[in-house]
Design a protein around this ligand. Structure first.
Ligand code: A2P
Length: 311
């Protein structure tokens, strides 16, 4: 549970972290505090989750209770939301204020997308017809240039991206002075995204896997190989799905606000053997072959998304 990986910046990142996406308001402070007590040392937050103030309250309490002795004891991640991708430093300042921190360990571009900064909502602006208020022609390479400057500001230790597909990475990398430390993507046996993972590994970009249970767990908990492997090791299907990322050398984000599951997700991790890995890979490969792999929702929100003209 204390395993870490080394990022391309030289910083250590824990192999497992607490996810806070879709964590119900009112439950997040306790979840963060409980997770830190249980031994988690990575908290994945984001402006758009609308709960960073609660994450901050949880961290503050953990410091007060001595669960965390110093800032260096915890790895905190935040993300610049789409309404701030032309104002990355402002986005980071707002997150830092909510989190009660003077730096984050990792700041990520949440989506390579711009939503109207002057729209009718700070997070999810909509047009009069109810459609998302997206500004087209946004240049995600410009956004990355802003991100690079944030490292020099000391407000983040490392920078990275989220939800970057292969074409976006290939477009970004030639212009990057700082190679992203991380690409955070949805990743589980029903969405292996092997092309992206392989490209990232080749470029030294660490993968953080979100929604490891398949977002609700439902279908994956019932997948035959998952059940078989769980029975073999005497663990629950969730443990198999979280452990899937260890041999892949990726960081896995376990989201839960339930104290038992928060603890269980950290303590029930197992070492999958070659037979287990082959079974899960075969399951993934068959889904890919049959075209049944969960569609990678990119571009986001079902919108047509053009490449920037000139990076
Ligand atoms: P809860 O917060 O009530 O525990 P994913 O990470 O794939 O997006 O899935 C997150 C969902 O899985 C959440 O609804 C979370 O609910 C639930 N969950 C988290 N850990 C477990 C677990 N060990 N067993 C079953 N469900 C879990």
């Amino acid at each position: 549970a204390n395993k870490t990986y080394t990022l391309n910046t030289g910083h250590q990142i824990p192999a497992i972290g607490l996810g806070t996406w879709q964590s119900e308001p009112g439950k997040v402070k306790e979840a963060v505090l409980y997770a830190l007590k249980a031994g988690y040392r990575l908290i994945d937050a984001a402006y758009c989750y609308g709960n960073e103030d609660e994450v901050g309250a949880g961290l503050k309490e953990a410091f007060a209770q001595g669960i965390l002795k110093s800032r260096a004891d915890v790895f905190v991640v935040s993300k610049v939301w789409a309404t701030y991708t032309t104002r990355c430093e402002l986005g980071l300042d707002k997150s830092l204020q909510s989190l009660g921190l003077d730096y984050v360990d990792l700041y990520l571009v949440h989506w390579p997308l711009l939503m109207n900064p002057a729209g009718n909502d700070d997070r999810f602006p909509k047009l009069g017809n109810g459609e998302r208020d997206i500004i087209w022609g946004f240049n995600h390479v410009d956004c990355w240039k802003q991100m690079e400057r944030l490292v020099a500001s000391g407000k983040t230790r490392a920078i990275g991206v989220c939800n970057y597909s292969k074409p976006y990475l290939e477009q970004l990398l030639p212009y990057a002075t700082i190679i992203p430390a991380v690409n955070q993507i949805e990743n589980h046996p029903a969405l292996p995204q092997q092309e992206i993972v392989d490209l990232c590994k080749a470029k030294g970009i660490h993968i953080m896997a979100y929604s490891p249970l398949g977002s609700t767990g439902g279908p994956l908990f019932k997948a035959e190989p998952v059940i078989k492997i769980a029975q073999k090791h005497g663990v629950k299907p969730a443990a198999v799905l979280l452990s899937y990322h260890y041999p892949r050398k990726s960081t896995v984000l376990a989201k839960s606000t339930n104290p038992e599951r928060i603890k269980e997700n950290l303590t029930s991790l197992i070492e999958l053997d070659q037979e287990d890995i082959s079974l899960l890979d075969e399951y993934s490969n068959n889904l890919v072959k049959e075209g049944k792999v969960q569609r990678y929702v990119y571009p986001p929100f079902g919108v047509k998304f053009g490449f920037p003209d000139k990076p």
